[in-house]
Design a protein around this ligand. Structure first.
Ligand SMILES: O=c1[nH]c(=O)c2nc[nH]c2[nH]1
Ligand SMILES: [Zn+2]
Length: 435
């Protein structure tokens, strides 16, 4: 039975989106200075110049969003739910930061009441930054993962997440066994994968903390439940990489620890990849898996410069992640700016235009997660959107009022926009913030 249709709404706005990748299509940015998006039942029905949409739908009520910028909702492809309350542990390299900042907080997630509060803080932070879809590193505790799925369902966030599993070198209370990893993962998949807007991601923390037995349990879940996603970390820090080499003497490299277990494929998103070998890039491209680039985290933890040029030359898909709490906040505008800075500063870096940054923050994530109903504005896609409308008197408001083109306003949004400039957020046509 189909539910009865609701009345359409015609949104009138300056909107920008990237229906294609600017890395392969130089004219990928579509900017409508006076655009119209007709939305009904959460789905975009028509898109284009306002005058054209108006003429075709003369009776649709209009919501006027002019004076700001309307963008597709941001898609964060790497962010840690249990770390929202430890953002800002600056000055430590990865393994020390994990020991001193992240893991003590992750151990607190055993307390379900605590986890529920963290889930509220975390999802509030994501939506407040204009993020409408996220691939979320979950918790080591199944109860805390349930709490996350419940909060995602309550708020309407599109979320892909799962139980984080490890069996060595963290803290005892964060360790599990292959059998428990499989059993708890299976129960969570059966409850949440494909329920409403939520999907499941099989999530070994990283090979440093995962034995072959745990990786095999992850592979069994991937085999038994086709369609679940896979995520983990790779090649972030030189000490981490050396430790993985010592732990897996038969593996050719870091990627091979996942590849041998059968965990590298179209639905795999590997965070960081700051120090890849050419072989790893070739295999990632061949399997069409994604590297989630997290520039603020790479800077804060001193992990290094992401070799974007090598990824592009090898044909590896790249998306963007905030990596909270190694990263410094939820804003994908800030991640885009930091990516731009780092590519500017590194020898052989890729010059990133505002169109590249918008693509990385939106459609690139939809492609990484294989969510073809999100990522840009076209008839048939869900209306997931963020309206940036800076407060009067702010510098960004001054730029918006005087910008020579929507592209210039978009560049300023990446240069100086923050969550304070997010006025309204929609997911599947529902207003989840502002309005
Ligand atoms: O940036 C990171 N954050 C983490 O929590 C983590 N765990 C393993 N490797 C990691 N890298
Ligand atoms: Zn991470």
């Amino acid at each position: 039975m189909t539910s009865p249709s609701t009345a359409p709404t015609l949104y009138r706005a300056t909107y920008l989106h990237t229906p294609r990748s600017p890395f392969t299509h130089p004219d990928a940015l579509d900017a409508q200075s006076d655009g119209g998006l007709l939305v009904q039942d959460g789905v975009i029905r028509a898109a284009g110049p306002f005058a054209d949409i108006r003429a075709a739908h003369p009776d649709a009520p209009v919501t006027d969003l002019r004076g700001g910028l309307l963008l597709p909702g941001f898609i964060d492809t790497h962010v840690h739910y249990p770390q929202v309350r430890v953002i800002g542990g600056l000055g430590l390299p990865l393994l020390d930061w994990l020991d001193q900042c992240a893991l003590p907080e992750e151990a607190r997630m055993a307390d379900l009441a605590y986890a529920r509060g963290v889930a509220r803080d975390f999802i509030g932070g994501l939506i407040g930054a204009g993020t409408t879809t996220a691939l979320v590193f979950g918790s080591h505790f199944a109860g805390a993962v349930d709490a996350f799925f419940e909060e995602a369902t309550r708020t309407g966030l599109r979320a892909v997440t799962g139980l984080v599993v490890s069996d060595r070198l963290l803290r005892d209370e964060l360790h599990t066994t292959p059998q428990r990893a499989y059993d708890e993962g299976r129960a969570l998949i059966e409850r949440w994968h494909g329920a409403g807007r939520t999907l499941y991601a099989v999530t070994p923390r990283f090979s440093l903390s995962a034995s072959e037995g745990i990786l095999d349990a992850c592979a069994a879940l991937m085999r038994d439940f086709p369609g679940v996603r896979f995520t983990s970390h790779i090649n972030e820090n030189t000490r981490e990489i050396q430790t993985v080499r010592d732990l897996f003497p038969r593996a050719r490299d870091y990627l091979d620890t996942y590849e041998r277990a059968g965990l590298v494929g179209r639905h795999s998103v590997l965070a960081h990849n700051v120090h890849p070998t050419d072989r790893e890039l070739g295999v990632m491209a061949a399997h069409r898996c994604t590297a989630a680039h997290c520039p603020c985290s790479n800077s804060a933890l001193g992990s290094g410069f992401f070799p974007l040029r090598r990824h592009l030359d090898a044909g590896v898909h790249v998306s963007l992640g905030s990596d909270v709490g190694g990263g410094t906040g939820f804003s994908l505008l800030k991640e885009g700016l930091q990516a731009h800075f780092m590519q500017n500063l590194m020898p052989g870096g890729v010059p990133l235009s505002p169109a590249h940054l918008l693509y990385l923050a939106t459609l690139a994530g939809a492609e990484a997660l294989d969510l073809p109903h999100t990522g840009f504005f076209e008839p048939g896609r869900a209306f997931d959107a963020v309206h940036l409308r800076p407060a009067p008197g702010t510098p960004l408001d001054a730029v918006f009022r005087h910008a020579a083109s929507p592209e210039r306003a978009l560049a300023a949004a990446f240069a100086t926009g923050t969550p304070a400039d997010v006025a309204r957020v929609w997911i599947g046509g529902d207003t989840v913030l502002g309005g």
